[in-house]
Write a protein that binds this ligand. Sequence first.
Ligand code: CA
Length: 697
Amino acid sequence: MKIGIATAVAAGTLFAGLVFAAVVNASRADKDAGNWLFHGRTYDEQRFSPLEQVKASNVGKLGLAWTYKLDIDRGVEATPIIVDGVMYVTGAYSIVSALDAATGKELWKFDPKVPKDKDRDGCCDAVNRGVALSNGKVYVGAYDGRLIALNAKTGAVIWEADTVLDHSRSYTVTGAPRVVKGKVLIGNGGAELGVRGYLTAYDAETGKQAWRFFTVPGDPALPPEDKAMEMARKTWFGDQYWKFGGGGTVWDSMAYDPELDLLYVGVGNGSPWNRKLRSEGKGDNLFLSSIVALRPDTGEYVWHYQTTPGETWDFTATQHIILADLDIGGTKRKVLMQAPKNGFFYVLDRATGALISADSYVPVTWAKRVDIKTGRPEQTVEGDWTGGAKLVFPGPAGGHNWQPMSYDPQTGLVYIPAQEAPAFYPPDDSQRWTSKGNWHLGAAPLALPETLKELTGVQSLYKGHLIAWDPVAKKEIWRQNYDQIWNGGTLATAGNLVFQGTADGRFVAYSADKGVKLWETSANTGVMAGPVSYSVNGEQYIAVAAGWGGAYPLALGAMGAAKVRAEARVLAFKLGGTATLPPPQNSLVALPEPPATPLDAKAVDRGRIAYNSHCGMCHGPSAIGGGVLPDLRYLTPEKHQIIAGIVAGAYAQKGMPAFMDVLKMDDIEDIHQYLIQRARDLKRDLANNGATAPAVK
Ligand code: CA
């Protein structure tokens, strides 16, 4: 590999002192405490750092070592990878930065130039959860579905592969690739919009496709792709599922056990959510909401465990998977642990997929319990919303979402960024597959209460927790409570510490055994991603990619997220660090005077339905923004003048896709009337309540 002269000069003398990763493998990660080589540090994804220079007795002396501004102030979900003094981290729209891990100095940056209006194909912001590194190459999944291999020294593209099965469907990539036995593994997102899920393996050197494992069956007129699909097809009914896509996207979690040679994959929710539409209201619908074990060489199916048979709540099992060896009932068991969205903490035998335990870690109303013998949940009448709208615990935000949990083998505890976030599911049985870029849930568009007073009542149902869970005793040992949900992933370290960023803009250290808060600092932004620890030149660093956005701030920002600033920045800390955090840039904006246009009540009501069907997923239901994308009640007089042009695509490359395929000029006028009404509602509420206006940009 050659380093371009310009790049080498730009990187200064730094290259001289750095040895870039030659071969990254699991055994090295175990020994190599100073690096963070894999998404979860090691193949078992424990997110436990053996470093102990920073410990409970001195964590109070932790200070900022450096910061690095990421380009786009949208959702930041990346776990940095650190190898021999270089950090590789991603921001929104899959932009990769290589940094000097001791100083934060940029060595190179790679922008895959994802079209900004690609956003319409995603449910949950143009996020990226990080890169994989192997044999001198950095692998990134771009939001538009490309898998790209880069030269780790220069950022130059080595190869690109298109992971998208069907470009007439809304496929995205947000997850971090994993590299196992010379193959790069990547799945996709898009189940809210109607896609068929799968995992694909590519040769790490050439980018040639090695195998593809489908997670749900396709068109029944065609033969099943393999034995697993032959088995799965028997659990699906009717002729709608394959038209909708079926879902089951593999958008986040994977883990690997080299001894058993098993790759574990977390599978997502159904397309559409509503099983009544998807599968005539019956059938387990394999492999939705399942953990599937595969052979990494061939993609061959070995076993599966389905957490939510017949999934109908957006209960993904894509949440972080951790492998550990636990003493259970006097026997050493090789287990797999997951706290998926559905609210139960699962411990499985990872050799066989047999269920060991499943216990609720947050309030759950969709099921009474999980039967250990059959491995199946006992579902409740209260949880079935397909015959009529119901409030269900948890909702689509989950008892735990993608924010990674960690496991400390010293305390034996799992640290879960948990939350209570119920949802009101209103069914819509009339929905059929339409076209790419549109949501297909089999549920009516989410609407939130429309006054600040009503909203406060619903907000009070939302609670965030950090839970320390004992997977052997099957119970909570300690917890920290937060006012908001959507707090950050966790890191456990050998210094008896647990680190977590918070939705309310802090970065905090707790004692791992007792949960005592030992240190905190401001992050100037909501923090969601999982922190990491590494060492360079004998100094231990704790780092996190901070930044706010994603599903909750976009779709449910009104539940409190709007108070949070969104500033994308990598923060690295060390003992005695003296760097300063730049002051927050994004400020509160006063509500512009709404236009005096006369409003027609019928048009406002039509606009309410059209807005919540097509606009609310990103700009917030009931036109209440979440502080990341524009709150449309705050449109300026100039924007009010050009609103039809904006909907037609004038701002497509600023991230606002065109919607003229689904909205006519009359619809846009109705939506505009609704937005003016909502601006007037807010003006009235602010005057009556003296309430604080949400942060908008
Ligand atoms: Ca989903």
